[in-house]
Design a protein around this ligand. Structure first.
Ligand code: HEC
Length: 98
């Protein structure tokens, strides 16, 4: 029973990490980011937001969801207030239509 619980936990974790765009696939990353016009927020996002997990591109979340997520992730990525608002502007601008 214990093994079963551990296995399902591992599955959940792996599944969670599998979402998004793998940063090591540079051709795909270039193509994905070419869609957005250049901005400070885009540059910061690209640099900082795939250190711990795949890129979660702006259109993967709605504009309602992003502020709470960026609140959490700005701390993890050690963004200052300016960087945080630049990234938030970038992701909400291109967010998934709700
Ligand atoms: C230090 C590691 C780290 C960095 C840097 C980081 N993240 Fe995360 N991120 C996580 C972890 C851990 C989770 C899963 C737990 C959670 O949702 O808080 C996560 C989850 C997420 C999720 C899914 C949240 C959800 O509710 O579905 C999104 C979207 C996300 N991160 C975006 C970003 C963005 C954008 C940045 C750049 C500003 C970023 N992350 C930087 C560690 C990090």
């Amino acid at each position: 029973m214990k093994t079963l619980i551990q296995l399902s936990l591992i599955t959940v974790v792996l599944w969670g990490c599998a979402g998004g765009l793998n940063p090591s696939n540079t051709a795909k990353v270039d193509a994905a980011f070419a869609k957005y016009e250049d901005s400070q927020g885009k540059a910061i996002f690209r640099e900082k937001c795939a250190k711990c997990h795949n890129y979660r591109l702006p259109e993967m979340k709605t504009a309602e969801k992003w502020p709470g997520i960026i609140d959490r992730m700005a701390k993890k990525a050690k963004l200052n207030d300016d960087q945080k608002s630049d990234v938030l502007a970038f992701v909400t601008k291109h967010a998934k239509a709700s």
